[in-house]
Design a protein around this ligand. Structure first.
Ligand SMILES: Nc1nc2c(c(=O)[nH]1)N[C@H]1C(S)=C(S)[C@@H](COP(=O)(O)OP(=O)(O)OC[C@H]3O[C@@H](n4cnc5c(=O)[nH]c(N)nc54)[C@H](O)[C@@H]3O)O[C@H]1N2
Ligand SMILES: Nc1nc2c(c(=O)[nH]1)N[C@H]1C(S)=C(S)[C@@H](COP(=O)(O)OP(=O)(O)OC[C@H]3O[C@@H](n4cnc5c(=O)[nH]c(N)nc54)[C@H](O)[C@@H]3O)O[C@H]1N2
Ligand code: SF4
Ligand code: SF4
Ligand code: FES
Ligand SMILES: [Mo]
Length: 900
């Protein structure tokens, strides 16, 4: 850290160098000296209230945590009077507590207990009577008021890092304790169970119940710890997994995690109960006489191999297809696509990027050259204006949501574009609420204003972009009044938003599925990218580009590894002979030339009898793909369906062979997060029973089929991928073990990856950014008299996608069902009470949900999640899909609602 600039000071005679602005506490620690600091945490602003960190600076007694270090100052820590002062402060704190505060967790002493031990303060110092009670209403956070020392760390963690402001200090003087701000039980408070307060509490007053009680990221437990990357969302939080006797006891945020910096969310932090669920699959299943029965691996794999051969004999290699998993590692995805191309001879392999951010890949590649976000989030976060579009990071990417919110609380301007008033929208300077499916018009409206009001960067446009003429002509049709008519957004709000983005010094665009999951999702991405191009805010130091908040832990990676029907690892097109030749050289086998089937085409082919074998790896297509009634018909029509799963998912129920597999906490490899960072995944525990990793499954099936896929280990697979795809050539497990996170493109093992793209040229063939002039076209689904409401589907904070993992554990108590949010006016109109069971019907199917009246949605629109397959939400959604990439139109379905 900062060795050239900074300040130099002396601590107990030792010289230390520090960055500007560091505190005396940092200086003392840099000198290798331990100091109690009970109200301090590096992640938080200093409070200076406990007085346990007293030192002498140039002769004056000061609390080290709140005193800035200035050059040349001489600090003393060890004189007898200072030791006594600090002892007095700690003794005073301890005296109000019951003795168990110091003896409570012998294996795993709290920070307070350790401080007391180091100062020679015994349990006799703890003289409090206790009896203040506690709160154990919450599944993951437990409060013991007797141990609270009112240091306020939890309150600051909840406010300054998480941004939820759920906690407060109540009472006076020695009776001050922490409490949920809402006054009632913790479970009914605003807490979103990020675990931040648990992790910072120095006394054990706030802990996780169960075997993890008192474990924090700062404690030094006897238990083993494994460093890995979260396997839920694409944020890519670094986690430390504590285990005992082969079981996970706690998952803690890594303090030095490059993205999460000591924070996490309810899923990564707590949702590991699924690991030991009695419903976990532990042995392969094979369908016999209509039902799935347990068999051994040899029998299961023989059956699959025979079925694949039969399919190929009947219909050639293209009668076989695979859906690879964005939950699985890069190495597993690499092997799946290699298996399909080399062992089967087809390009029919796809992944859930199809349902999610395929329009981002297509749109960003067309606009800028590469199919990923343009900037690192560390830069995005420095923006002075954030344009957050169709994304709800507070719930879906909580650690990013928290970082964005802090940026806004510290002064960045915020424009949110989302039909619903959720998450960051409440903090927005301008909240644009477009009708679902009208983004293209909305973005054109903003672009129109930027152009007419002279906010475009003309020099950038001349030197580095193309398409201005066509776009300018098109934008003539999108004046604010017309756009207001299409989108429902008042013209004045459009003008205000365009000015905030257009006049900011360093604006950034962050977006999600509200842009992509539409009939014209790719046009949406491209029209949004137009704004950054017009403003010269991409590939320059005048802004931080366009960043999709990619969803699954490894959806970026699954696509990077070539688990797509039209590209090989590294995005070379299968139709390009030079690209195929390179792969053929590395693989020593021919690569099929014709692009394969996309997921919806696979189902259509199965229904038509052309697809005869489908391998579904970690995607619950019967719950999460649209129009699931038809998906189920496709699976039933397909002679062989193989499913790699942790649980008997809806899809597994339709399979002929189910292979039990390991999950992220049980395997070795890498994931790529939403801002293109490769990070290591390491096994903390063994998979249950006979479950194997997807990696081993693919390899062993290939062996049964007489094909040697090479790549005996995940590390070998990544190395091989690097030989095939130059953009990954500089990456290896060894390097990631040394360096932590490395972004791609990374062609050279001796040079850092490129976090910010396009600083010299864009990666398009002509090196320029391409403006797109796509006209606004209406969504595929339209409400009418029979189906008068527009249903938007999306996420809730406590559950993850099909919910297969989060429904099996404490998260179920946090959110027990799929709710249908509807505006109170609509509730009245359709005779629906808050909390009532309702039937929702679309032109395709019917779902059963619990109504919740809420002003987060406007009249005429309803919203629900899809985390409980039993509610049948995806029976409602249509097969309308993005015209470019086939990404389903999940965000617009015409429905009607009726009380049961
Ligand atoms: N807790 C949790 N976290 C998750 C997941 C999960 O299931 N649960 N899933 C992960 C995955 S796979 C993904 S892809 C990400 C998704 O993360 P997000 O993209 O943030 O998720 P969504 O909630 O599906 O949709 C985002 C927003 O789009 C808005 N929207 C809908 N239609 C429109 C429109 O026409 N225009 C605009 N401007 N906005 C619109 C919706 O109101 C919604 O608030 O989350 C990931 N993280
Ligand atoms: N209505 C509606 N539907 C949607 C969406 C929406 O916004 N609205 N969003 C869509 C989006 S963006 C996405 S990404 C999809 C997600 O849909 P899915 O990918 O189907 O959802 P997940 O629940 O993440 O995971 C699928 C399965 O993978 C299993 N699994 C977990 N880890 C592993 C592993 O390591 N290996 C294997 N083999 N299996 C594993 C889980 O048990 C789970 O059953 O849903 C889509 N569906
Ligand atoms: S768990 Fe997180 S959200 Fe809940 S009170 Fe603690 S810091 Fe706040
Ligand atoms: S924010 Fe995403 S990556 Fe981080 S802990 Fe939560 S689910 Fe995991
Ligand atoms: S840590 Fe410095 S006053 Fe509490
Ligand atoms: Mo997704």
């Amino acid at each position: 850290m900062g060795t050239v600039t900074g300040i130099e000071i002396e601590v107990d005679g030792r010289r230390v160098r520090l960055p500007e602005g560091a505190s005396l506490l940092t200086a003392v620690r840099a000198a290798g000296i331990e100091l109690p600091a009970l109200c301090s945490d590096d992640r938080l602003s200093p409070a200076g209230s406990c007085r346990t960190c007293l030192v002498r600076a140039d002769g004056l007694i000061a609390a080290a945590c709140v005193t800035p270090a200035s050059s040349g100052v001489r600090v003393e820590t060890a004189t007898e009077d200072l030791v006594q002062l600090r002892r007095d402060a700690v003794e005073l704190i301890a005296s109000a507590l019951p003795p168990r505060a110091l003896t409570g967790m012998p294996d795993n002493p709290s920070e307070l207990a350790q401080v007391c031990r180091s100062l020679g303060i015994g349990t006799e110092a703890a003289q409090g009577a206790g009896g203040r009670g506690g709160d154990d209403s919450h599944p993951y956070v437990r409060l013991d008021r007797d141990l609270c020392i009112a240091c306020g760390r939890c309150v600051r963690m909840c406010a300054e890092v998480q941004g939820t402001f759920a906690l407060t200090l109540v009472g006076r003087g020695g009776d001050t304790v922490v409490a949920p701000g809402t006054g009632g039980p913790w479970a009914e408070s605003d807490c979103v169970a990020c675990g931040g307060c648990v992790d910072t509490c120095p006394t054990g007053a706030i802990t996780e119940p169960g075997p993890a009680r008192g474990l924090t990221s700062a404690s030094r437990p006897a238990a083993a710890r494994t460093r890995t990357t979260c396997g839920y969302c694409g944020v890519g939080c670094s986690l430390e997994v504590a285990t005992h006797d082969g079981e996970v006891t706690a998952v803690l945020p890594a303090r030095d995690g490059p993205v999460n910096r000591g924070h996490a969310c309810v899923k990564g932090r707590f949702a590991h109960g699924y690991l030991t669920s009695p419903e976990r699959l532990t042995r392969p299943l094979l369908r016999r006489d209509g039902s799935l029965v347990t068999v051994g691996w040899d029998e299961a794999l023989d059956h699959v191999a025979r079925g694949l051969r039969a399919a190929m004999e009947a219909g050639g290699p293209d009668a076989v297809a695979a859906i690879s998993s964005a939950r699985a590692t890069n190495e597993e995805n690499y092997l799946v696509q290699k298996f399909m191309r080399v062992a089967i001879g087809t390009n029919s392999v796809d992944n859930c990027s199809r349902l999610c951010h395929s329009p981002s890949a297509a749109g960003l590649a067309a606009s800028f050259g590469l199919p990923g976000g343009t900037d690192t989030f560390d830069d995005v976060e420095r923006a002075d204006c954030l344009l957050v579009v169709g994304a709800n990071p507070v719930e879906a990417h909580p650690v990013i949501g928290a970082r964005l919110l802090q940026r806004v609380l510290h002064g960045a301007r915020l424009v949110v574009a989302d039909p619903r008033s959720v998450g960051l929208a409440v903090h927005a300077d301008v909240h644009l609420r477009p009708r679902p499916g009208t983004n293209v018009a909305l973005f054109h409206g903003l672009a129109h204003i930027m152009l007419t009001e002279g906010m475009a960067d003309e020099e950038f446009l001349r030197a580095r972009a193309t398409g201005l003429k066509e776009l300018t002509d098109l934008l003539a049709d999108y004046p604010p009044d017309r756009v207001a008519g299409i989108t429902g957004v008042p013209a004045a709000d459009l003008v205000a938003a365009a000015r905030l983005y257009g006049r900011a010094e360093h604006p950034a665009i962050i977006y999600g599925l509200g842009v992509t999951e539409h009939l014209h999702g790719t046009d949406g991405v491209r029209s949004l990218a137009n704004l950054a191009i017009l403003r010269g805010a991409v590939g320059t130091d005048r802004g931080f580009g366009v960043s999709p908040l990619r969803g699954q832990n490894n959806v970026q990676g699954a696509s990077d590894m070539g688990a797509l029907p039209d590209v090989l690892p590294g995005y070379g097109k299968v139709t390009d002979p030079a690209v195929r030749a390179r792969a053929e050289e590395v693989w020593g086998a021919p690569v099929p030339e014709r692009p394969g089937l996309r997921i919806p085409q696979m189902f259509a082919a199965a229904r038509a009898g052309a697809l005869r074998a489908l391998w579904v790896i970690g995607e619950d297509v019967c719950a999460t793909d649209p129009d699931t009634n038809r998906v189920a018909r496709a699976l039933d029509a397909c002679p062989l369906v193989v499913c790699n799963e942790l649980f008997l998912s809806e899809t597994a129920r339709h399979a002929d062979v189910v292979l039990p597999v390991a999950s992220w906490l049980e395997k070795d490899g890498t994931f790529v997060n939403f801002d293109r960072r490769f990070q290591r995944v390491r096994p903390a525990v063994a998979p249950p029973g006979e479950a194997r990793t997807d990696f081993d499954t693919v390899r062993s099936l290939a062996t049964v089929m007489g094909v040697d896929l090479g790549c005996p280990t995940p590390a070998d697979a990544l190395a091989e991928c690097g030989r095939l795809a130059p953009v990954f050539a500089g990456l290896s497990h060894d390097r990631l073990d040394r360096e932590g996170a490395v972004p791609w493109p990374c062609p050279d093992p001796d040079r850092p990856g490129e976090a910010k793209l396009y600083t010299e040229r864009f990666a398009t063939p002509d090196g320029r950014a391409h403006l797109a002039a796509a006209p606004y076209l209406p969504p595929g689904e339209q409400p009418d008299d029979d189906y008068p409401l527009v249903l938007v589907t999306g996420r809730r904070w406590a559950h993850y996608n099909s919910g297969s993992m989060t429904r099996r554990g404490g998260n179920l108590a946090l959110d027990p069902v799929d709710f249908l949010d509807l505006h109170p006016d609509d509730a009245t109109r359709y005779g629906v009470r808050d909390g009532a069971q309702v039937t929702v019907e679309s032109r395709y199917g019917r779902a059963s949900l619990t109504a919740r009246t809420s002003e987060q949605t406007v009249p005429g629109q309803v919203f629900c999640s899809f985390h409980f397959p039993a509610s049948g939400v995806n029976r409602l959604t249509s097969d309308q899909a993005d015209t470019v990439t086939s990404c389903p139109e999940y965000k617009v379905t015409a429905v009607r609602v009726a009380a049961l």
